[in-house]
Design a protein around this ligand. Structure first.
Ligand SMILES: Nc1ncnc2c1ncn2[C@@H]1O[C@H](COP(=O)(O)OP(=O)(O)OP(=O)(O)O)[C@@H](O)[C@H]1O
Length: 695
């Protein structure tokens, strides 16, 4: 079939599909407003169907795959879209949901004449692909059609033309869905088994965040009977990042998933019994001045986030549980005795399944009930005797220790129960702070953990947990989250090569994977990078070049401008910086541009200068709730996770980026999609190759 007639066929198919969807939409009546429960349930289903039809109405599908199960069978054209739609009054599918088992063919097929298969609910289905076609539809119009595979016409792998086209687009201030171009290695993760902790090590720009969000949409579709959006939670590094990714799930038709930072989550869990101090100062301390490897290894975050401290916390909790019951019997009235054995049986057996402080509460109520009924049985009415008995009751219950998480945590920093793995100075400072009701970021995981061990989670456990930028997590942080699930189901993603918070995070994934039982983890690697051009990726790979265990990112074959490395005259540095921005802005097309500075102070200086020159930059600072796109000035350590059409590294001098800062410079450079330029004052950083003007 010629391209022209194929195009006409698709246009006709599209027009028919749109009409069918329109018809179905028109037939959905108004929402039900009455009290009848059955009608209300039916209405919910109607609303859901309406929502799917509305999604499909805008852009019914994005791909087609022609599949033939057995030789001689009809070749079935399957149209894949964001929302599945059946033909009216029939089981025939007009559009197949991208998450349906058969749709996996569209993503897993990599070309060739060999048989392919997918896992259907009735078992494995095998067959042959005859056509793989990408269709770009905007407002019900077919605007682009690319055949990446036609059986008989091409023996090699499917072409990446459509992917390259999508990657070449400029980006605004929001991450987008990638349903039309999910790659095979990403699809495997999205559809991976539910009941495991899935670890994903992915190079910068490999789509980790995007894939994790698509995985949530998949899980909700595949396990609709077992998983609920309101019992899923995403942890991201900061509020700005949350805002940046907030568009993807709604685009995928998923709402209600909790999205938070670890700090916000922990503080809420603790009922705001402590207030958080020092997160901004901590960033400034670690990023605004040089530190040695030893200082990093001894950082409070490492000590309080590691296994030795966790062991101390566990021992403290075990000790409390063992010693919580008074040894003496309870004797409210002389001769009326409640034996310690009976109390122990209630605590350990009757309430044995519950959390420590809940057990304590229930035990206290039980003792009170026993007391009332015994007094009633004895007919004790003498006021004096009753008052004495009551005061003995209260005194006895007081002897059963009751702790909040901060109170118990404080016992680890002073007196007999102090943890020996915490240096004296640090213990003293922590104890002082806790007295004021304050905690530092590294205190939150042990506090949350203790709270969960004492009280449990005050809501249903999480069906699925996503942790982004997990290389910055301490084992203790993950331990606390593990307590929030009855069945392990997590997606934990990150990049050790971007582990710039070495003072708190992990160096190896095994530090986190070993927290789970054997067989309960999965490990995937994503080495292809989709964000940046080949030139940018190759340049960034060189920054990490000599580092131990580094896996270079593999670029998609998308070529762009060369990376520029330019020496700036110290006195003209800001002028040169502004000149580059003027040039980029005058070229048009670049929607997001970032000037990435080394420190917050440097960024402030640049920001003020640019404002004076008539630019309208926004300055990104820690604790910022949102990122607005356009021209931004951002310190390297806050740029993580974000991306920009063009990036200008303000000063890549040797003074700014020393060998220990390789990961930071790598993060900064890999934020760029299409253009990357580095200015440097004085000598260039030894991390970047020789200072030729253009690389
Ligand atoms: N299969 C794909 N098709 C189209 N675009 C993709 C694909 N995979 C990733 N991308 C794009 O690549 C960019 C990087 O994705 P994302 O931010 O999810 O990667 P990441 O691995 O989390 O990056 P980093 O660790 O550097 O922050 C995004 O613009 C995303 O849309």
């Amino acid at each position: 079939m010629s391209v022209q007639s194929a195009l006409q066929e698709e246009q006709q198919r599209l027009a028919d599909s749109v009409r069918e969807i329109e018809r179905q939409l028109e037939q959905i009546g108004p929402a039900y407003t009455g009290d009848d429960f059955t009608e209300q349930m039916l209405d919910l289903q109607r609303e859901e169907r309406k929502r799917r039809l509305e999604v499909a109405y805008k852009e019914p599908y994005f791909g087609r795959i022609d599949f033939q199960e057995l030789p001689g069978d009809r070749i079935m054209p399957l149209y894949i879209g964001k929302a599945g739609v059946s033909k009216q009054n029939s089981n025939e599918l007009l559009v197949i949901d991208w998450r349906a088992p058969v749709a996996s063919l569209f993503y897993s097929f990599t070309g060739g004449d060999t048989a392919v298969s997918y896992e259907s609910p009735d078992g494995e289905v095998t067959g042959h692909v005859h056509l793989k076609r990408n269709l770009m539809i905007r407002q019900r119009e077919l605007v682009r059609m690319v055949d990446s595979y036609i059986k008989g016409q091409e023996d090699g792998p499917v072409t990446d033309e459509f992917l390259l086209y999508r990657l070449g687009e400029n980006k605004d201030n929001r991450l987008r869905d990638i349903v039309s171009t999910i790659q095979q290695e990403q699809d495997l993760i999205i559809r991976a088994e539910r009941s495991k902790a899935l670890f994903i090590q992915g190079v910068a720009g490999s789509g980790k965040t995007t894939v994790a969000l698509h995985r949530l949409a998949f899980l909700l579709y595949q396990y609709a009977d077992r998983m609920r959006a309101e019992r899923m939670i995403i942890f991201a590094p900061n509020r700005m990042f949350l805002e940046y990714i907030s568009g993807v799930l709604p685009e995928l038709g998923v709402g209600d998933i909790m999205q938070t930072t670890y700090a916000d989550w922990a503080l809420e869990l603790l009922g705001h019994e402590v207030s958080l101090r020092g997160s901004g100062e901590q960033l400034a301390y670690w990023f605004e001045q040089p530190h040695t490897a030893d200082e990093i290894a001894q950082a409070p975050g490492k000590l309080k986030g590691g296994a030795a401290f966790k062991k101390a916390v566990d021992e403290r909790l075990a000790e409390l549980d063992k010693q919580i019951l008074p040894e003496a019997p309870f004797e409210p009235i002389d001769g009326l005795v409640l034996k310690p054995e009976q109390i122990a049986e209630w605590y350990n057996t009757d309430y044995g399944e519950e959390f420590m402080m809940r057990k304590r509460e229930r035990l206290a109520s039980r003792i009170r009930r026993w007391f009332e009924s015994e007094l009633k049985r004895r007919g004790t009415s003498d006021k004096k005797v009753r008052a004495k008995a009551l005061s003995r009751l209260n005194a006895y219950i007081k002897k059963i220790p009751s702790y909040t998480a901060p109170q118990l945590y404080a016992t680890l920093f002073a007196g007999k129960t102090a943890a020996s793995c915490i240096p004296k100075e640090l213990a003293k400072a922590t104890a002082e702070r806790l007295k004021q009701g304050e905690a530092l970021p590294e205190d939150l995981a042990p506090l949350a953990y203790i709270h969960l061990r004492l009280f449990g989670l005050d809501r249903p456990t999480y069906d699925h947990i996503v942790i982004d930028e997990a290389q910055d997590y301490s084992p203790f942080q993950l331990e606390a989250l593990r307590l929030c699930q009855s069945v392990t189901s997590m997606t934990v993603l990150g990049d050790l090569q971007q582990g710039i918070h070495a003072y708190a995070g992990v160096e190896r994934w095994s530090e986190l994977t070993e927290l789970f039982e054997e067989g309960k983890t999965g490990f995937y690697e994503l080495n292809r990078s989709y964000r940046s051009t080949m030139e940018i990726i190759e340049f960034a790979n060189r920054i990490l070049g000599a580092m131990e265990g580094v896996k270079p990112a593999v670029p998609v074959f998308r070529s762009g401008d060369p990376v520029e490395l330019v020496q700036a005259e110290p006195e003209n540095w800001l002028k040169q910086l502004a000149a580059t921005l003027s040039e980029w802005q005058s070229q048009g097309g670049l929607q997001t541009i970032a000037v990435i500075g080394r420190t917050a102070a440097e960024c402030e200086e640049i920001h003020v200068y640019l404002q004076g020159q008539g630019f309208e930059p926004s300055l990104i600072q820690s604790k910022q709730p949102s990122y607005s796109g356009g021209l931004s000035v951002v310190p390297a350590y806050l740029s993580k996770g974000l991306e920009f059409d063009a990036v200008l590294i303000a000063d890549a001098s040797g003074e700014a980026y020393r060998p220990l800062d390789a990961k930071l410079l790598y993060v900064a450079c890999t934020r760029a999609l299409h253009k990357l330029k580095l200015l440097y004052r004085g000598e260039p950083s030894p991390l970047i190759a020789e200072p030729s003007a253009v690389l």
